[in-house]
Design a protein around this ligand. Structure first.
Ligand code: CU
Length: 326
């Protein structure tokens, strides 16, 4: 029965490849989740046609017509009918609960040998911290290996969602939420935020890059040393995009959530306190480490602190980058 339903649901609605209904199954958890989804879909579809079909049929057949007397109400209770419509739905609920709960537990408990990656969500970017401390804007993982995500938020509730993996979990400030997956498809898979988190919510996208076996370690080693291979300003440009500054600061002079970085070096800025400051290395550094201590006039104090999240070398690179944007 289970196998037959799996085959049915799999054939029509879900599959390893993308279907009309669902994206490609690219993780080990996807098939189980699609099964429950397909099962609920079919039950809903069958009952929709039974109920709506009979409603239409009865409305036509028993419509008010000339020459017909209005029928008297006669049935108040029918034990067989009531047992039927209680027992059948109850039986249908059992596999939904059984397979749904099993898949939920599987998603909640990562295997002991998982590779651990930290996830930081903030308005409106994702950041991924690898075991060696390197932080990237994309989630790079090896194929066919369980990956455990330890997720935290810097500000509001976000939700981490990879449709191809069927993995979705809220990221809540003040606690660590855990999820895991094992990717089965090499290539790129999109990441969405599925919890409305303000202005830039729909822009809060990233991707999972699944590396072929053996290539992940080389990638990580190479990526981790990026600052050594670039000039400080080039490194700063990478950090600007990788650490989420880009979500709030433009480099073309237009205002987003925060002021643009274009041409600010050396300028005089007014703070909300009425004080005037010159944009120099110390000011930028302070803005990054403790944004609330000097809020630019006309803006809200929504910038997250990067204290403990950016190293000195990285802050120096960002300063060089801002300096280069004249
Ligand atoms: Cu979000």
């Amino acid at each position: 029965m289970g196998a037959l339903l799996t085959a049915l649901a799999g054939l029509a609605l879900a599959g390893k490849e993308k279907t009309f209904w669902l994206p490609k199954q690219s993780s080990t958890a996807a098939a189980a989740i699609d099964w429950v989804w397909g099962f609920i879909f079919w039950i809903s579809a069958v009952f929709f046609f039974i109920i709506v079909g009979l409603t239409i049929l009865f409305a036509i057949q028993y419509r008010a017509r000339k020459g017909y007397a209005t029928a008297k109400k006669h049935s108040s209770h029918n034990t067989v009918l009531e047992l039927t419509w209680t027992i059948i739905p109850t039986i249908l609920l059992i596999p939904i609960f059984w397979y749904g709960f099993k898949a939920y537990l599987d998603l909640t408990v990562p295997p002991a040998n998982s590779y651990e990656i930290g996830v930081t969500a903030q308005r409106w970017a994702w950041m991924f911290t690898y075991p060696n401390g390197y932080v990237d804007e994309n989630l790079h993982v090896p194929v066919d290996r369980p990956v455990k995500l330890v997720m935290q938020s810097e500000d509001v509730i976000h939700s981490f969602f990879v449709p191809n993996f069927r993995v979705k979990r809220d990221v809540v400030p003040g606690r660590y939420n855990i999820t895991w997956f094992e990717a089965t498809e090499v290539g790129d898979h999109v990441i969405f935020c599925t919890e409305y988190c303000g202005t830039g919510h729909s822009d809060m996208m990233s991707k999972v890059v699944v590396h072929p076996s053996g290539e992940f370690e080389t990638w990580l080693e190479d990526a981790s040393n990026f600052l050594d291979k670039l000039s400080p300003a080039e490194g700063g440009e990478m950090l600007y995009s990788m650490r989420g500054c880009k979500q709030c600061h433009t480099i073309d002079g237009s205002v987003r959530i925060g002021p643009s970085f274009k041409g600010i070096w050396g300028a005089q800025h007014a703070l909300t306190t009425g004080e005037q400051v010159t944009v120099d290395g110390n000011y930028v550094r302070q803005s990054i480490m403790d944004p609330a201590s000097q809020v630019v006039a006309g803006y809200d104090a929504v910038m997250p602190t990067y204290k403990g999240r950016l190293k000195d070398q990285e802050i120096t690179a960002i300063i060089a980058y801002i300096k280069s944007l004249q």
